[in-house]
Design a protein around this ligand. Structure first.
Ligand SMILES: CNc1ncnc2c1ncn2[C@@H]1O[C@H](/C=C/CNC(=O)c2cc(-c3ccc(F)cc3)cc(O)c2O)[C@H](F)[C@H]1O
Ligand SMILES: [Mg+2]
Length: 221
């Protein structure tokens, strides 16, 4: 096929969503994924949980790993004030190009900083590139086997502070077992699971919310 699925998703946004209206962009993507083609956006059911965790955290600095088409970037930034620092990382230039246009259609281009590149390369540069010392809220939705190395990298770079919240998508489907073991056994995190379903399906999935408790050592036995 000539176009990619992200490009067809963007087309659905341009046709069905009202420019400058983030909720209509979210609705257009969810409608496209429910009725035309499934795509790996966090979706409306898990999205409502994401919304509630974002609102209760009311973060001033946010990091997202795995922009994809920009669905969760729009979901998160529609809830937060313009002064919020929001950085989203995407390693695939084609996805990044689609995400920029989705975010622009929502009118949120001035609030979102989309950086192209790999999390392992960019996380150590966050302080230098953006003058950000710690992130209040981090959303993991990238390759599932990278959740564990990346939360360790965030700790090692001192980018988590006491009270920082890391919310991870897909901890059941596709699953992130090593990540779950780590955050649930570490004394440095307090974790809880939000049961839900894989976007646009009835398959069981959920989000794990892990709050950083500060720099402690030792592992829970
Ligand atoms: C590794 N560091 C990275 N740095 C920057 N961008 C990255 C990095 N790694 C990936 N990206 C970028 O983040 C995105 C990757 C998202 C991966 N997401 C999934 O695989 C995923 C899969 C399912 C799923 C469930 C059931 C089924 F039958 C089929 C699929 C559901 C989900 O909600 C998901 O999130 C993007 F593609 C990649 O370039
Ligand atoms: Mg996901």
């Amino acid at each position: 096929t000539r176009t990619s699925r992200p490009q067809r998703l963007l087309q659905a946004v341009c046709i069905n969503a009202v420019r400058g209206n983030p909720d209509s962009v979210i609705a257009a993507i969810d409608h496209f994924c429910q009725n035309q083609e499934w795509a790996m956006n966090v979706g409306d059911e898990k999205g409502a949980i994401l919304d509630s965790v974002v609102m209760e955290t009311s973060p001033s600095t946010v990091l997202e790993l795995g922009t994809y088409c920009g669905y969760s970037a729009v979901r998160i930034m529609r809830l937060l004030p313009p002064a919020t620092r929001f950085i989203t990382l995407e390693m695939n230039p084609d996805y990044a190009a689609v995400a920029r246009q989705v975010i622009q259609h929502a009118g949120l281009q001035d609030k979102v900083c989309l950086v192209e590149g790999k999390s392992a390369d960019l996380i150590p540069k966050m302080a230098d590139m953006f003058g950000i010392r710690t992130f209040d809220f981090v959303f993991f939705d990238h390759w599932k086997d990278c959740y564990l190395p990346d939360i360790r990298l965030l700790e090692d770079c001192g980018l988590l502070d006491q009270g920082s919240v890391v919310l991870a998508d897909n901890v059941l489907c596709p699953g992130a077992p090593e990540y779950l073991d780590y955050v649930r056994s570490s004394l440095r995190f307090s974790s809880r699971f939000y049961r839900s379903h894989l976007e646009y399906t009835r398959v069981l999935d959920g989000l794990e919310r892990s709050e950083y408790l500060g720099h402690r050592d030792a592992q829970r036995d």
